[in-house]
Ligand binder design. Structure first.
Ligand code: UAG
Ligand code: ATP
Length: 493
């Protein structure tokens, strides 16, 4: 793409020296390690590195033009902007031909449920014979092809490149998790969302946002970004809001789009009544503007009723008939690591769940309490290098909502695992909870001790197939570990 075309897309900038001849930009990147000849290098001030310090390396590798927010003394043209992350998002959108305008874009934000809701949405549209794309914590997925991801919501260049690949592959609808951190860091600026979904808001990521008010503001940005009531093609833009959460009501103020509300309270436009949670599924009466249908879904738990309502509302917003959406949702069996049952012939039920926040853990345990008749084991840890205030809270929830809590390591990262466990124990000084730093041992001990009729919850890592200790990623899969431990127990039919 011609450099001038990219430069013109930025409204406020200074280009020094002024460009006399035009040339092609072959790629955009914010990372010197990726620079190819002809690249435009965007200097981003990160948490560890300031990209401005690496501009020399980028030029040596062939970068022909730089985007910066600080003065540079270099022999290639520099586009000076106020905020390189915002510029990067705009440039990426232009460079990749504004792919989000060519597909139905559904952004899902909220503390919990994003992964589940995006997968439910994917299933509904697939059942409509649509080609789908998905971006989220687990992977980026173009139809059936899964690509790895470093972030729930990747940086803007990766996001736009992925969207362009989806567009080129014929994808019609994209379900995308939008994290609050991504919203604040401008990773999704420029994306033209058709539908924005809010699941819920509870404490998380306070190490990043500092206060709940700031965290709420971050999530609100998605609804502000949704923009006006109509897409360019005349279809409606819709904000799908969980109004059982007071923040959902607040977000109505941030959007000029149509609003579709959901919840368990009858004042929501789409609501669920008479919810019955069983060990093999959940039943409820779904009311859509007063039209009631009895739904039997295979997903377990009240939180999954919320997830199902969110996905239902998003699909309903784009005009898919009610009965077809329900059919899709009734057949979904779940997402890996999200309240996932590990096959067991031992009479012991084992559930692997990605709940790594106080609220997520509470939800998972309350769901189990709804159907458990005997002991509930809860194997839980907290991540290192992340919000420390979660530790005593999660410990307390485990102690109060299970009969046999066991504390262990999650991803300790660069922190000392013993210190993390001490922070957890400090939350429940009198509980005398068994502590096994080695996660493998903790899972094995829980399953070995569990008796038929008991439920073992392994919380925190869900679908992850690794554990990060120090800076090293080791292979580790909670469901694999559980299966190994179950295999050592006597089988009962
Ligand atoms: C705190 C944070 O958001 N960090 C993100 C950030 O990393 P960073 O600031 O450490 O980057 P840095 O290493 O200082 O580098 C700064 C700049 O120099 C460049 N650089 C760096 C080294 C080099 O040799 N050459 C070079 O050019 C980098 O490409 C970058 O542009 O920029 C990286 C590239 O975009 C991100 O992958 C990284 O996310 C890390 C993995 C992360 O853990 N982020 C978390 C906090 C996060 O974003 N989480 C949310 C929410 C998850 C949830 O909902 O649970 C998410 O969306 O994932
Ligand atoms: N609607 C919900 N309300 C509260 N808790 C939920 C909800 N949905 C899921 N959870 C809990 O949170 C865990 C994570 O779910 P999910 O992965 O769908 O959320 P997420 O928003 O994608 O989280 P992350 O971005 O951290 O991956 C689940 O395993 C479950 O325990």
């Amino acid at each position: 793409m011609q450099a001038s075309q990219l430069i013109n897309s930025l409204k406020f900038k200074q280009v020094r020296p002024a460009l006399t001849t035009d040339f092609d930009v072959t790629m955009l990147t914010q990372d010197t390690r990726e620079v190819q000849p002809g690249a435009m290098f965007i200097a981003v001030v990160g948490y560890h590195v300031d990209g401005h310090d690496l501009v020399g390396q980028a030029i040596e590798k062939g970068a022909k033009i730089i985007v910066a927010s600080k003065p540079l003394d270099v022999n290639v043209p520099v586009i000076y902007v106020e905020n390189t992350e915002r510029a990067m998002a705009i440039l990426a959108d232009v460079f990749y031909g504004a792919p989000s305008q060519k597909m139905r874009m559904i952004g899902v934000t909220g503390t919990n449920g994003k992964t589940t809701v995006t997968h439910l949405i994917e299933q509904i549209y697939r059942d409509q014979q649509q080609a789908t794309g998905l971006i989220g914590t687990m992977y980026r997925k173009i139809k059936d092809e899964k690509l790895p991801t470093a972030n729930t919501t990747p940086d803007s260049i990766t996001t736009q490149r992925t969207l362009a690949a989806m567009r080129d592959a014929g994808v019609e609808t994209v379900a995308m998790e939008v994290s609050s951190i991504a919203l604040v860091l401008g990773r999704v600026w420029g994306i033209d969302y058709d539908i924005a979904v809010f699941t819920n808001l509870t404490q998380d990521h306070l190490d990043f946002h500092k206060t709940m008010a700031k965290y709420t503001e971050a999530k609100a940005m998605l609804f502000a970004q949704l923009g006006n009531k109509y897409n360019a093609d005349g279809t409606n833009k819709v904000a799908v809001l969980n109004t059982d959460d007071p923040v959902g009501r607040e977000f109505e103020q941030y959007t000029a789009a149509h609003v579709l509300t959901f919840g368990l309270k009858p004042d929501a436009m789409i609501n669920a009544q008479n919810v019955e949670i069983k060990s093999h599924g959940t039943e409820f009466d779904l009311s859509v503007f007063g039209h009631v249908t009895h739904v039997t879904m295979q997903l377990i738990g009240q939180f999954n009723v919320y997830n199902m309502l969110a996905a239902f509302a998003a699909a309903y917003a784009s005009g898919i008939p009610e009965d077809q959406i329900i059919k899709s949702l009734e057949k979904v069996t779940g997402v890996k690591g999200r309240f996932q049952s590990v096959p067991s012939h031992t009479g012991v039920s084992v559930i692997v769940d990605y709940s790594h926040t106080p609220d997520g853990l509470l939800n998972a345990l309350e769901t189990i309490q709804d159907f458990a008749t005997k002991d509930i084991y809860c194997v839980v840890g907290c991540g290192g290098d992340r919000d420390k205030t979660k530790r005593p809270k999660m410990a307390k929830i485990a102690v109060e909502h299970s009969t046999k809590p066991i504390f262990t390591s999650d991803n300790p990262r660069t922190e000392d695992p013993t210190m993390i466990l001490n922070d957890m124990v400090a939350g429940v000084p009198d509980a005398n909870v068994p502590v096994y730093e080695d996660r493998h041992e903790a899972i094995a001990k829980a399953i070995e001790a569990a008796q038929p009729g008991d439920v073992v919850l392994i919380a925190g890592k869900g679908h992850e197939d690794y554990q990060i200790i120090g800076r090293t990623k080791h292979h580790f899969d909670d469901s694999e570990e559980a299966a190994k431990a179950l295999a050592l127990k006597p089988t009962i039919d």
